[in-house]
Design a binder for this molecule. Structure first.
Ligand code: NAD
Ligand code: ZN
Ligand code: ZN
Length: 382
């Protein structure tokens, strides 16, 4: 089959690889019809995720058609159209049975932190992902979800990660009626978090980024107030000022370890390698939020450590909520929100590339060229 492969930082290409096979009675093979590139893939592409191995196929956001199932799979059959949540999870371990599907104990040998994630380094289990013609899907009785007839393919693709993640970010904010929510990052995750914050009862939603085209999009799609942080002397002082010098109730970091906005953080992270990437958005979130407020870390970090003002978090009495989003848990409610017209997830898709042009797709997305918000890739046969 043809599949995206990682060759080292900033280098990806499409290669011919052996077709995946059923390795366990609970596996399925899915023929991919659409895959997306995520902000999380940028961390891999930049070489910021530990144990990302040459030859791995990325792609944790994909939908497709079941091609073959192992003898113990009874929830799916060949020909079913499925969306596959990015978490590889068993559905039955201590963590899965509590709905913590991002923390499954059975799908990753390094499971002390994260569970398995498709196409996301050996730190996350070493699974090949869906930016390919075919994928092996383990625990196929649990993860893959049949796409309902009234949910279209592009919307279903956004349900494999980006939308449930934005929704989860808003949910983890424990937003109370009328509260002010500031979101750092106007990528797909931040955009959906802004939209979903209203569903949780927010009274005011503000998004910051340095890309005006994304701020313009979220100002309509959220809707949200927006501010370009490069126009500010100090974003923390600004967010204090516009909230009566108290600070927002909830701050959501939807940026993660590839942030811009601090030379010092960049020097420590990207050049001296004293930390894993750049944590300035989290820094701003902790310092901006009001005392006793909530900080949500939905942007991805580490496992290696980052320079964040943990003393401020402690002394301000903050609640910090963080995790990989448990996609499967969010799906029933999100199907309803799509049906009711509260949200049309596919509206954030800006680009479509043939799988063969994946290197170009990564370049456009990671460099934020051509107004790109969310690119998807399609295998030729799809
Ligand atoms: N926890 C999860 O389950 C989960 C799932 C998906 C994605 N993620 C993470 O969420 C983050 C966002 O994903 P995405 O797909 O939206 O990525 P993206 O790269 O498209 O968006 C990130 C945005 O942050 C902006 N930004 C950079 N520095 C900033 C700063 N200091 N302040 C404010 N904005 C800044 C960028 O310009 C960009 O628009 C990534 O870290 C990704 O790994 C987490
Ligand atoms: Zn993703
Ligand atoms: Zn599990």
């Amino acid at each position: 089959m043809r599949a995206m492969t990682y060759r080292g930082p900033f280098r990806v290409r499409v290669e011919t690889k052996p077709d995946p096979e059923i390795l366990h009675p609970n596996d399925a093979i899915v023929r991919v019809t659409r895959a997306a590139i995520c902000g999380s893939d940028i961390h891999l592409y930049h070489g910021l995720m530990a144990d990302t191995r040459v030859g791995q196929t990325f792609g944790h956001e994909f939908i497709g058609v079941v091609e073959e199932v192992g003898p113990e799979v009874d929830n799916l059959k060949a020909g079913d159209k499925v969306l596959v949540p990015f978490n590889v999870c068993c559905g039955t371990c201590y963590f899965c049975s509590r709905g913590l599907y991002g923390n499954c104990h059975n799908t990753n040998p390094n499971a002390t932190a994260v569970g398995g994630i498709y196409g996301y380094s050996h730190t996350c289990g070493g699974y090949d992902g869906g930016q390919a013609e075919y994928v092996r899907v383990p625990f196929a009785n649990f993860g893959p979800t049949i796409i309902p007839d009234d949910i279209d393919d592009d919307d279903a693709l956004m349900l494999t990660d980006a939308l449930p993640t934005g929704y989860h970010a808003a949910q983890m904010g424990d937003i109370q009626e009328g509260q002010t929510v500031v979101i750092f990052g106007a990528g797909p995750v931040g955009i959906y978090a802004a939209r979903c914050a209203w569903l949780m009862g927010a009274g005011r939603v503000i998004v910051t980024d340095h890309l005006d085209y994304r701020l313009e999009f979220v100002s309509r799609y959220g809707p949200a107030e927006t501010i370009n942080f490069t126009h500010l002397k100090d974003p923390v002082v600004y967010f204090k000022k516009i909230t009566d010098f108290v600070g927002p109730d909830v701050c959501i970091d939807a940026v993660g370890c590839d942030a811009s906005g601090s030379m010092l953080q960049a020097l420590a992270g990207f050049h001296l390698k004293l930390q894993a990437g750049n944590a300035v958005a989290l820094h701003w979130a902790i310092n901006s939020v009001r005392k006793g407020g909530t900080v949500v870390i939905i942007g991805a970090y580490g496992p290696p450590y980052n320079l964040v003002p943990i003393g401020s978090a402690m002394n301000k009495g903050l609640t910090i909520h963080a995790n990989q989003a448990p996609v499967k848990r969010q799906l029933p409610r999100l199907f309803e929100h799509i049906r009711n017209g509260y949200i049309k997830p596919s509206e954030i898709i800006t680009h479509r590339f043939p799988l063969e042009d994946i290197a170009e797709a990564y370049r456009v997305f990671t460099s934020k060229l051509d107004g790109c918000i969310k690119p998807i890739v399609m295998p030729t046969a799809a």
